[in-house]
Design a binder for this molecule. Structure first.
Ligand code: FNR
Length: 188
C-alpha cells in the first residue's frame, strides 16, 4: 500500500511533519509512506485558474494523490480549525467535484498540537472537509497528540505507546479499505 502523508504545516520544525516521518519509519512491511512537502508552493485556489491546464504545483499534488492508494493527513490546529494552507490544497484536490482524485480515496486524519487537546477540533474539521470532497474518511479512533512539543524523544520517536498503537491501527484500517477496493470488480 502506498500512503501519501500530508502534514498541514510547512514550518521546518513542524511537529505534524515529525509525526508523519515517525509513521513512515514505523510502518509495517508492505506499507510505503511518502511524505508530501509541496503545500507551500500551491497557489491560492482560483476557479479561473482551475482549467484543463492547472498550475504545475496543483497538477503535481493531484498526481501524487492519484498515485497513492490512501492518504494520511496530520493537521495542526489553528484557532480551532485547520490551517488555511491545508484547506487550500484540499480545495484544489477536490476538483472537478465528481471525478477528483480525492473521490473515494481512503483517507485518515491525525494531528498534533502544543495545546492540551491534540488538534481534535482541527481533525474534526479536516474529516468534515474530506467528507464533502467524496473521500472515504475512515472512522478509526482518533489519535490526538497533545502537548506535542513534549511527545517525541531526541530521535523523533513518539514516547507514548498508546499513540503508537493508534497510528498502526490507522494504517491497518487504511489497508483494509484499500483491499476492499481491490476486491470490487471494475464495471465493464
Ligand atoms: C496555534 N496553536 C493552537 N493549538 C491548539 O491546540 N489550538 C488552537 O486553536 C491553536 N491555534 C493556533 C493558531 C495559530 C495561528 C498558530 C500559529 C498556532 C498552536 C499549534 O498547535 C502549534 O503551533 C503546533 O505546534 C503547530 O503545528 P506544527 O507546525 O508543529 O506542525
Amino acid at each position: 500500500m502506498r500512503v501519501l502523508a500530508i502534514p498541514g504545516s510547512v514550518r521546518a520544525g513542524s511537529l505534524n511533519a515529525r509525526l508523519l516521518r515517525h509513521v513512515a519509519e514505523q510502518a509495517p512491511a508492505g506499507v510505503d509512506v511518502e511524505l508530501y512537502g509541496g503545500l507551500k508552493s500551491i497557489p491560492p485556489y482560483d476557479e479561473d485558474d482551475d482549467t484543463d491546464a492547472p498550475p504545475a504545483e496543483v497538477a503535481a499534488l493531484r498526481e501524487a494523490i492519484e498515485r497513492a492508494d490512501a492518504i494520511l493527513i496530520a493537521t495542526p490546529e489553528y484557532n480551532h480549525s485547520i490551517p488555511g494552507i491545508l484547506k487550500n490544497a484540499l480545495d484544489w484536490a477536490s476538483r472537478p467535484h465528481t471525478t477528483s482524485t480525492l473521490r473515494n480515496k481512503p483517507v485518515a486524519v491525525t494531528g498534533a498540537s502544543t495545546g492540551r487537546f491534540g488538534a481534535v477540533w482541527a481533525q474534526a474539521e479536516a474529516r468534515k472537509v474530506l467528507g464533502a470532497t467524496g473521500a472515504r474518511v475512515i472512522d478509526t479512533e482518533a489519535v490526538a497528540i497533545a502537548l506535542a512539543h513534549d511527545a517525541f524523544d531526541a530521535k523523533g520517536r513518539l514516547t507514548t505507546t498508546d499513540h503508537e498503537v493508534g497510528l498502526l491501527r490507522i494504517l491497518d484500517d487504511l489497508a483494509s479499505e484499500v483491499e476492499r477496493d481491490a476486491r470490487v470488480p471494475v464495471p465493464a
